[in-house]
Ligand binder design. Structure first.
Ligand code: PEP
Length: 251
């Protein structure tokens, strides 16, 4: 699974141009080896949805609120995302936690609401640089995972993707090594086994995010415990994004 997180980039015209180019590529090369999910800003969701209709490309949003409707100025509900054609929604991205005060608890409320609305959450977890240096990665992400998945049933967990995104690797050009990513993903699987079952842990979709680029993608995706990537900066250009998609063939 390769997810493009455009963050606060691309207006309508740029979004549509990108998707036209990506669509032509996917159709020409019959890309079947990866689930491709594009997460544009809210303002481009509907236009992108129209462009990708009938293709293998899927649509996701970058956030949503946990209420259904009402006096929540500036917020977007899960139902609204569904009505724009979204199948996925990124929740708990570290930039939301850092700049908009999201906590593990609010992430959990969003996860439950997304599942209730029939959306597939992509839950972002990861430690910051200080926690990484203090060797606190495991307790930090264990807490993030456990709280985010509170009251998520054994049935619904099949629709959840976990994105391990070490904060020190996001937009910094410093990616985790394939070995580090594999170690953390295996740790997360162990936790999922304890929370759910062996089967759920084995089938869980866990992707890595943090400075993925065409040069490091193949190595990062090489471990069977890494089921793909959440790509920020390198998803903004079709050429680099396509190279990253292609890295999944090369394994
Ligand atoms: C992200 O936005 O989730 C991300 C991983 O960004 P980047 O690839 O730019 O580090």
């Amino acid at each position: 699974m390769i997810i493009a997180n455009w963050k606060m980039n691309k207006g309508l015209v740029q979004s549509q141009q990108f998707v036209e180019e990506l669509k032509a590529y996917v159709e020409k090369h019959k890309v079947v080896n990866a689930d491709i999910v594009i997460c544009p800003p809210f303002t481009s969701l509907e236009a992108v949805s129209r462009k990708i209709a009938g293709t293998a490309i899927k649509l996701g949003a970058q956030n949503m609120f946990y209420q259904t409707a009402g006096p929540f100025t500036g917020e977007i509900s899960g139902g609204m995302l569904k009505s724009c054609g979204c199948e996925f929604v990124i929740l708990g991205h570290s930039e939301r936690r850092q700049h908009f005060g999201e906590t593990n608890l609010t992430v959990n409320k969003k996860v439950l609401k997304a599942l209730d609305e029939g959306l597939k959450p992509i839950i972002c977890i990861g430690e910051n640089l200080q926690e990484h240096d203090d060797k606190l990665t495991e307790p930090v992400i264990e807490e993030q995972l456990a709280v985010a998945l509170t009251h998520v049933s054994e049935v619904d967990i099949a629709n959840v993707t976990v994105a391990y995104e070490p904060i020190w690797a996001i937009g910094t050009g410093k990616n985790a090594t394939p070995h580090q990513a594999e170690g953390v993903h295996n740790f997360l699987r162990k936790k999922l086994k304890k929370m759910y079952s062996d089967e759920i842990s084995k089938n869980a979709r866990i992707v890595y995010g943090g400075s993925i680029n065409p040069e490091n993608a193949k190595e990062l995706f090489a471990s069977p415990s890494v089921n793909g990537g959440l790509v920020g900066g390198a998803s903004l250009e079709v050429e680099s994004f396509v190279k990253i998609i292609n890295s999944t063939h090369l394994i």
